[in-house]
Design a protein around this ligand. Structure first.
Ligand SMILES: Cc1cc2nc3c(=O)[nH]c(=O)nc-3n(C[C@H](O)[C@H](O)[C@H](O)COP(=O)(O)O)c2cc1C
Ligand code: SF4
Length: 650
């Protein structure tokens, strides 16, 4: 991987390699916009991990109507400068450079955080139907000065440069896009006018901070938003790129999509392949001379290298890859790509950010908790621990306990490690990302010196024979099969068995349960069956799923036009029919069915928990034995925290 580790420059800023960690909001700033110790530790880990440039999460530039989230960075208060400068110094100590991202959310902001009002270029309803007020010329002038002032403050705090956020449907993108900008003054209409505000800000920053202070521009070269007339297409995006270059931008950070479009191309779900949008950055690179940074749903360093070799960009943007594994670059550089905990594209990070206000990661329990989950203490001292269950929770607990110096034996009843991951990765080719996770966890188990006993059912007796001081129990759960008429028939099968290839369905198929398992299974069989119906008791399909993932699966399912029956309760299965009750009015409904696939959730093995609890002093319950429905995120983080916190002396 020669190109990835070449030095590069953005303006006068020299970077030690070609990897840029793109801006990702964490919600870890302090109440007044200052960096907290947690936030600094988060960035410090990524700098330690070898990345050339970190672009910070969004800084607000306006306190009245520019607040995008709680706990957002701000440089407007001079009192924040010392802590910002300390953060920058800690990043610099690893040879990594850092730019601040300057942002205003426009109509995507939340009124409650902004004095009840939203502002945008034009009075066009946002996704929630709220109509923003068009900014007056005086407000535009004031905002321009606030962007410039924030850049001045960031320079004073020793940042190496700034990035103007003109992407994803936020305020400056709303000015650029004819779909959101219907102004008739000098800031609307022609492309020149729509580019005017960001370009005036760019000129203003250069004038105030000096021509040699790097200013990078992030923009959506294609909004992928055909539903909104006038949205930016690649052709216009390239013209925008040329205008930014002519205006003095030192680099262009090529993103895409916006928050108005349905499919979230700017932060793609797992079905998108690596490099799917490389033609965008290549087209920009061919049109400009300044460096081009390309985000491309990159998970593997080898793909990043390939993009550089193909001339698709000068720098590769790796966003979520850095949440998932802060040492992404270091591992790639030292020939350990296989050890990277790769991002699986599940969007849990964005889900937690938007629902809880802080970022968590499915595959990295430390993400967003760097300040409290630092290096684990090595005090296992060869004490014996048994881990029952070789799924994600069991593998995570076993490897961390092994790293802590315990003598760990991991029992798995199947012939291979992986547990539920062995099934989940079968539903579609792009689910190979779960195979990566399984392989990485298994590699960690091996490197931690864990003794693995495969193909062995761990009973209280077999485990007790090893005389462990504690048992970590992560033996999984069994699929639910309600006691209803006909459900014991040969044509009623569990989704897990369909996915595992143990059951084959055909003809008219009804899937009961429209959570992630039901929908993924439906998608998997959709090409092979005569007709497909999906039923759930709750009034909305995809309950509990992150909307971005749900929309993505439904888009793929739409191709086979399944019959969708939310709000219907299963009553039983008869001869060639599934019997349901429509909950709205109690009406009986019969659906023709040759096969019925159950995806009705999991039931923890409470008998196993009780048996181990009775036999051992210390039992730590994990995975689906601890909570259902199981999610990779909660399984791995529960296991990590339990193994991290386990006190052998207690
Ligand atoms: C949790 C999260 C927060 C994000 N916050 C920002 C942000 O503050 N500014 C921004 O320009 N992009 C933001 N993004 C988008 C990323 O910078 C990046 O463009 C996107 O995740 C796609 O790249 P990736 O596949 O390498 O992650 C965010 C993405 C995630 C997952
Ligand atoms: S939560 Fe999922 S999408 Fe986000 S960084 Fe982690 S693995 Fe990737």
């Amino acid at each position: 991987m020669k190109k990835l580790f070449e030095k590069g420059t953005i303006g006068n800023c020299r970077l030690k390699n070609r990897v840029v960690m793109t801006a990702m909001t964490t919600g870890n700033a302090g109440k007044n916009g200052q960096p907290t110790e947690q936030l600094v530790r988060y960035y410090e880990e990524r700098a330690k991990g070898g990345v050339g440039l970190i672009v910070t999460e969004i800084f607000r530039v306006n306190e009245e109507h520019g607040v995008a989230i709680g706990n957002q960075l701000s440089a407007l208060d001079v009192n924040n400068l010392p802590s910002l400068a300390r953060m920058v110094a800690r990043i610099h100590s690893y040879g990594t450079k850092i730019f601040a991202q300057l942002h205003h959310g426009g109509s995507t902001n939340v009124p409650a955080m902004n004095g009840g009002k939203l502002y945008a270029p034009s009075a066009i309803p946002n996704v929630s139907g709220i109509v923003p007020e068009p900014l007056t010329l005086e407000q535009i002038e004031e905002l321009k000065q606030q962007f410039i002032m924030t850049a001045v403050m960031c320079k004073a705090a020793d940042f190496d440069g700034v990035e103007l956020h003109c992407a994803h449907g936020y305020l400056l993108c709303e000015f650029l896009s004819a779909s959101s900008n219907q102004r008739t003054d000098q800031y609307g209409g022609s492309l020149e006018n729509r580019c005017r505000l960001p370009i005036e800000i760019l000129h203003g920053i250069k004038a105030a901070c000096g021509a040699d202070f790097p200013v990078m521009v992030r923009f959506s070269v294609d909004e992928y938003d055909p539903d909104h007339e006038g949205s930016i297409t690649l052709e216009e995006g390239i013209e925008i790129a040329k205008r930014f270059e002519a205006a003095g931008a030192d680099a262009l950070d090529v993103s895409c999509g916006n928050y108005f479009s349905k499919y979230g191309e700017n932060i793609e779900p797992y079905s998108y392949s690596q490099g799917w949008r490389k033609a965008n950055s290549k087209a920009v690179k061919e049109a400009v001379k300044v460096p081009v940074i390309a985000i491309n749903t990159i998970k593997e360093p080898e793909v990043a290298e390939q993009l550089l070799e193909e001339g698709c960009c000068d720098f590769v943007g790796v966003g979520r890859g850095h949440i998932a594994d802060p040492a992404w670059v270091r591992k790639a550089q030292t020939g350990r790509s296989g050890e990277i905990r790769k991002c699986i594209g599940c969007l849990y990070c964005f889900e937690t950010l938007t629902s809880a206000g802080y970022v968590r990661c499915s595959v990295n329990a430390q993400a967003g908790r760097e300040a409290c989950l630092a290096e684990p203490v090595n005090n296992g001292d060869g004490r014996k621990i048994a881990v029952v269950g070789g799924g994600p929770a069991g593998m995570q607990a076993a490897s961390l306990l092994g790293r802590r110096g315990f003598d760990v034996t991991l029992y798995e009843k199947e012939a291979q490690l992986g547990g539920a991951l062995n099934l989940a990765d079968k539903t579609a080719p792009y689910k190979v990302k779960l195979t990566w996770l399984k392989d990485t966890l298994a590699g960690e188990v091996e490197r931690a010196g864990v003794k693995v006993r495969l193909g062995e059912e761990a009973t209280v007796e077999t485990v007790a024979a090893g005389r462990p001081e504690a048992v970590f129990l992560a033996a999984g759960a069994a699929p639910v099969r309600p006691a209803l008429p006909g459900l014991d028939g040969a044509n009623v099968v569990q989704a897990h068995d369909v996915v595992a290839g143990k059951a084959k369905v055909s003809g008219r198929v009804v899937v009961i349960g429209a959570g992630l398992t039901g929908l993924e299974t439906a998608k998997m069989i959709s090409g092979e069956v005569e007709s497909l119906a999906i039923v759930d008791m709750v009034p909305q399909l995809g309950a509990g799923m992150y909307p971005g993932i749900f929309v993505d699966i439904m888009r793929q399912l739409a191709a086979v036009s399944p019959t969708l029956l939310p709000g219907h309760k299963l009553e039983g299965v008869g001869d060639g029919v599934v019997r349901l009750t429509r909950l709205e009015d109690g009406a009986a409904v019969e659906l023709p069915a040759d096969w019925v696939v159950l995806a009705m959730g999991q039931k923890p093995d409470s008998a196993a928990v009780a048996a181990f609890d009775a036999a051992f002093d210390r039992v730590v319950v994990l995975g689906e034995n601890r909570r259902v429905p199981g999610r990779i995120a909660t399984s791995l983080s529960d296991a990590y925290i339990a193994a991290f916190a386990f006190d052998p002396e207690a």
